[in-house]
Design a protein around this ligand. Structure first.
Ligand code: FES
Length: 119
């Protein structure tokens, strides 16, 4: 819900178009998110697989990078550190789009949150 009190702020706004770009380069899928639906719920309804675990914002398995657009997390995204959120990472299991979005998805994205000492 936007801060401006405009249309859609009642949680019953228009659907949003989500472009899900695979981090492994295997392509992009476009799905539609209904009002108040999370990115993960919209993908599942379209039979598009994106990774998930806890579905409550605690495990980071579903991490995606928001390339454009805006989302609001339904609850505190506990699995993301502030620096990850600032870098544009979101949790698709609790992220509700508030505009058309483009996201980079796939299990590779969650791996980017962990510092790799061997790299
Ligand atoms: S599925 Fe665990 S944080 Fe999203």
């Amino acid at each position: 819900m936007g801060p401006d009190g405009g249309p859609g702020d009642d949680g019953d706004g228009p659907p949003h178009r989500l472009e899900l770009e695979r981090a492994d380069g295997s392509g992009t899928t476009t799905v539609t998110a209904r009002a108040a639906e999370t990115v993960l719920e919209a993908a599942e309804r379209a039979d598009t697989h994106i990774p998930f675990g806890c579905r409550t914002g605690a495990c980071a398995t579903c991490t995606a990078e928001l390339l454009s657009g805006t989302v609001e997390h339904r609850r505190e995204p506990r699995a993301l550190k502030p620096r990850h959120r600032e870098a544009g990472y979101v949790l698709t299991c609790i992220a509700v789009p508030t505009a058309d979005c483009r996201l980079r998805v796939g299990s590779d994205v969650a791996g980017e949150l962990t510092e790799n000492p061997w790299r």
